[in-house]
Design a protein around this ligand. Structure first.
Ligand SMILES: [Zn+2]
Length: 135
């Protein structure tokens, strides 16, 4: 959380994105910070859930192939792992967007360097691509 606070302070001191007004930038920054908080909380929840899967497995010493609960547990674990991976990737995407706010490259497509429209950013604040490059 210390790291997040540090990024936030720098972002506030930073300039607005070239294609966006200060109000729009502030609004998107707030969204990104809130999204990051929620993704990090989600990551913690899933990690806890996965730890409890491991624990329940150890406690009962089950074997996926013979225990009727086994396949269900294995499936749930695989699913939790996939969600965890997705959540972590999204957290990285959001952190990178916050970094772009700090160095004033936010709102500019990382591929073709054209401006990303506010409507698109509002729909998906962490996107690094304009609509053309994303499709
Ligand atoms: Zn582009």
């Amino acid at each position: 959380m210390t790291r997040l606070t540090k990024i936030t302070d720098t972002a506030i001191a930073g300039t607005t994105a070239p294609s966006l007004t200060r109000a729009q930038t502030t609004r998107l920054r707030t969204r990104l910070e809130r999204d990051l908080e929620s993704e990090l909380a989600h990551t913690r929840d899933i990690s806890r859930q996965m730890a409890s899967f491991l624990e329940s497995r150890r406690d009962t010493a089950t074997d996926d192939e013979h225990d009727p609960e086994g396949p269900t547990l294995a499936f749930e674990r695989a699913q939790a792992h996939a969600i965890l991976r997705q959540t972590q990737l999204h957290s990285i995407e959001i952190s990178t967007a916050l970094q772009r706010l700090t160095d004033s490259t936010f709102g500019t497509c990382v591929r073709c360097k054209s401006a990303i429209g506010f409507a698109r950013l509002e729909a998906r604040p962490s996107t690094p691509y304009c609509i053309r490059c994303a499709s």
